[in-house]
Design a protein around this ligand. Sequence first.
Ligand SMILES: [Zn+2]
Length: 83
Amino acid sequence: MAGVLALAILLVVTVNRFYGHSTIAFTLAIVMLLVANAPMVRFNCPQCGKNAFFRGPLVVFWPNRICTRCGHDLDRPDPSQNR
Ligand SMILES: [Zn+2]
């Protein structure tokens, strides 16, 4: 996620340097961030729905293996959840 953010900023800076201020590059960067965020938002605990990327008040860039709220093992594939 941090790498994608850096890449998006780099893309905007590079395009701005060669083509002047471009809203297309900016839009593209935002789309990239949304695409990078999509699997992150979906990664919720199948039992309590807590997002696996949240550890208390902190947001981490890698998912928890065990849910911090209910202790559900997130590594185990859940047949009720369609991926
Ligand atoms: Zn849970």
